[in-house]
Design a protein around this ligand. Structure first.
Ligand SMILES: [Zn+2]
Ligand SMILES: [Zn+2]
Length: 342
C-alpha cells in the first residue's frame, strides 16, 4: 500500500475534539440575520443593549443598508465573486499569509456589487431623506475616487473618503469578500504569525463573540470586519496585543462586576449557577492594561442572536463608558466612521 502524506486540513480533521479554528462566513444567512438584529436593536428590543433614540435612527438606516447587502447576495450568480487562481492561494497558504488579502488586487466585481447595493436603497429615500443625498453623492464618485474610498476603508485610514460614504463602500467590500471567503476550503487559511488579524483577509476584527453550539461551544472567536470569517482566540487574552495578564471586563451595569459573588448568592437561594440568558452579560468590553485598548465581546450564551458587528454598532454607550476610563478602541466598525452619526 502506498503511503500518502496528509494535507494540513486532513491532519486536523483526524482530531474530532479539536476546536474549530476558523468559521467561514455564510453570506446567504449572515446579512439577513444582521439586518433583523439591527432592526431589533433600533426598536430597543434587546435586553442588555439599550439603544437611545438618537442612535436608533442611525441603526435603523444601517439595517436598511445591511438588508440591501442581503438582497444583493441572493442575486449574485452561483460563482459569486470568483476566487483568485489556485496558485495564488497556494503561495499565500505556504507563506502563512492571508489567502484573500484586502491589501492585494481587488476583484473588479466589487463595483457591480456597490452599484447593486445603491440600487436596492433607491426605494428607501422617501423614508430617509438624508439617504437620497448620500446616494447621489456616491453615484457622482469617479472610478478613481471610488477605488480611493475602497483603499481608505480597507486600509482603515481617514484620508480619501467622506466618513458619511464609508459605510456604503464598506458594505460592498464586505459582500465581495464574504462571497469569496464562503467558497474557500478552510484548509487554505493558515493561522497567521499574529492571532489578531483575520487569517482569510488580513483585516482587524470588529469585535469578539463567544459562540455556542456544536464544537464551538463556549469558545471565543474574533469576527472579521470585512470578510466576516471568525477565528478562534482563547478567552481572557487581549485581542490587540495578545497579552493575557492585564485583561478585565466592563459591562453596562454593576450586576456583572462580580459574577462569582452573584453565583454564590444564587446557589444559596437554590438557583442554578452560571445562569444563561443574563442580559447583563450580553455585551462587555474587554480592556487591557498592557496596551490600554479595548474591544467588545458579545456572548451567545446569554443572547442566541448576538451579531458582533450589529451589536458593536448599537452599543456605543459602552464605548463612551470605556473611553472615559482611558482605553482606546482597538479598531473601528465599518458601519460607523469618524464621528458619524453625531
Ligand atoms: Zn477577513
Ligand atoms: Zn493589550
Amino acid at each position: 500500500m502506498v503511503q500518502r502524506l496528509l494535507e494540513p486540513g486532513e491532519i486536523e480533521s483526524l482530531d474530532h475534539t479539536a476546536i474549530p479554528r476558523l468559521l467561514l462566513p455564510r453570506p446567504g444567512e449572515l446579512y439577513t440575520a444582521r439586518a433583523e438584529r439591527l432592526r431589533q436593536l433600533a426598536q430597543n428590543n434587546i435586553k442588555g443593549i439599550p439603544v437611545e433614540e438618537n442612535l436608533a435612527s442611525y441603526v435603523r438606516l444601517m439595517a436598511e443598508l445591511v438588508q440591501a447587502q442581503a438582497d444583493v447576495v441572493k442575486n449574485l450568480p452561483p460563482a459569486g465573486v470568483p476566487l483568485p487562481p489556485q496558485e495564488a492561494l497556494r503561495v499565500a497558504h505556504e507563506h502563512n499569509m492571508p489567502v484573500l488579502p484586502v491589501s492585494g488586487k481587488r476583484p473588479a466585481e466589487w463595483r457591480a456589487v456597490f452599484a447593486a447595493i445603491l440600487e436596492k436603497l433607491d426605494g428607501k429615500t422617501a423614508e430617509y431623506p438624508q439617504l437620497g443625498t448620500a446616494l447621489a453623492a456616491l453615484r457622482a464618485l469617479t472610478d478613481a475616487q471610488l477605488e480611493g474610498a475602497a483603499d481608505a476603508v480597507l486600509g482603515e485610514f481617514a484620508e480619501g473618503i467622506d466618513p458619511l460614504h464609508a459605510p456604503f463602500v464598506a458594505a460592498a467590500l464586505q459582500v465581495t469578500w464574504s462571497a469569496m471567503a464562503a467558497q474557500l476550503d478552510e484548509r487554505w487559511a493558515q493561522p497567521l504569525m499574529t492571532g489578531t488579524l483575520c487569517p482569510v483577509c488580513g483585516s482587524h476584527p470588529v469585535a469578539s463573540v463567544i459562540r455556542i453550539g456544536g464544537q464551538s461551544q463556549g469558545y471565543r472567536y474574533l469576527h472579521c470586519a470585512v470578510c466576516a470569517s471568525e477565528w478562534h482566540m482563547v478567552r481572557v487574552k487581549c485581542s490587540c496585543c495578545e497579552d493575557n495578564s492585564k485583561v478585565a471586563y466592563q459591562g453596562l451595569t454593576d450586576a456583572d462586576a462580580d459574577p462569582v459573588a452573584e453565583n454564590i448568592a444564587a446557589a444559596k437561594e437554590g438557583k442554578t449557577l452560571n445562569k444563561a440568558n443574563d442580559p447583563t452579560r450580553v455585551a462587555r468590553a474587554e480592556t487591557c492594561d498592557q496596551c490600554h485598548s479595548y474591544r467588545k465581546i458579545f456572548n451567545q450564551e446569554h443572547d442566541y442572536n448576538v451579531d458582533p458587528l450589529a451589536d458593536d454598532l448599537a452599543s456605543l454607550v459602552l464605548d463612551v463608558l470605556v473611553s472615559e476610563l482611558g482605553y482606546a478602541r482597538a479598531s473601528g466598525n465599518p458601519l460607523l466612521r469618524l464621528g458619524s452619526p453625531a
